[in-house]
Design a protein around this ligand. Structure first.
Ligand code: ATP
Length: 237
């Protein structure tokens, strides 16, 4: 078991947004965390990364309970966040960004070139001058060189054309398969997320409304629609 979340209460200040969340993501598995705007997905990701203190519950990696609200220790325990704003240093080149984050045993620069050939051509270019898709590749690459045990990817598709996301998400699947990293993926492109995930959890107003293997869910299923919008939202006939 790589990541275990028990009865997590997460929120901003003292106001809980998510209550009693349980999650388990094993090594090499991809969990899609889905849900409408404002459901609390980013709040969960920031809390798991230690950037927001927990208001309750526990989070453990390989059995080791993580401290609350301590992003440095959480990161050294192997939890690495790719935030939705990518948080790159615009003045650093691709090469510099990766060198500064490289950890022993992490994916090497050569492997990054294989995974993201588009970055190879931009190796000496500053992050701030990359396209949105290239920046997203760099944000994921920067996470990979840190040898994550748990990779948290928040809205990889933010601001990107679907065709770019279609190319990036299978790479996430490959990473989980080849490195054994446990991945939580927050993604608005539900169909694309279900293609690469093992399991999907739908969060609405901070509560889990559906938990299924990704295989059994299709993006346009009634079950998924109800989990997002509830039975009351059925269109009148
Ligand atoms: N910095 C903040 N301070 C106070 N409340 C916040 C803050 N950030 C988010 N919230 C509130 O927390 C709730 C959940 O927001 P969150 O961003 O986690 O949802 P989300 O599921 O990631 O939504 P989206 O898909 O739109 O990104 C919302 O009601 C939001 O208004």
């Amino acid at each position: 078991m790589s990541l275990r979340v028990d009865q997590l209460v997460a929120g901003h200040g003292k106001v809980p947004v998510v209550r009693g969340l349980d999650l388990e993501v094993e090594s090499g598995k991809v969990l899609a965390l889905l849900g409408p705007n404002g459901a609390g997905k980013t709040t969960v990701m920031l809390t798991l990364a230690g950037l927001l203190p927990r208001l309750g519950g526990s989070v453990s990696v390989n059995g080791q309970v993580l401290p609350s609200g301590n992003p440095g220790k959480t990161n050294s325990s192997g939890v690495v966040l790719v935030p939705d704003n990518r948080a790159l240093f615009g003045g650093l080149t691709v090469a510099e960004t990766l060198t500064l984050s490289q950890r022993k045993g992490g994916v090497t620069a050569d492997q990054i070139r294989d995974l993201f050939p588009a970055l190879t051509k931009r190796w000496k270019v500053k992050a701030g001058a990359l396209s949105g898709g290239e920046q997203q590749m760099l944000a994921v690459a920067r996470a990979l060189v840190q040898k994550p045990a748990v990779l948290l990817i928040d809205e990889m598709s933010m601001g990107l054309a679907p065709v770019i996301v279609e190319g990036l998400l299978p790479i996430v699947r490959d990473i989980a398969d080849s490195t054994g990293t446990a991945v939580i993926l927050v993604e608005q492109h539900v169909a694309l997320a279900l293609e690469v995930a093992d399991e999907a959890v739908v969060l609405v107003h901070g509560e889990v409304t559906l938990r299924r293997s990704a295989d059994t869910l299709t993006a346009d299923s009634e079950e998924l629609r109800q989990a997002y919008f509830g039975k009351a939202a059925q269109p009148a006939r």
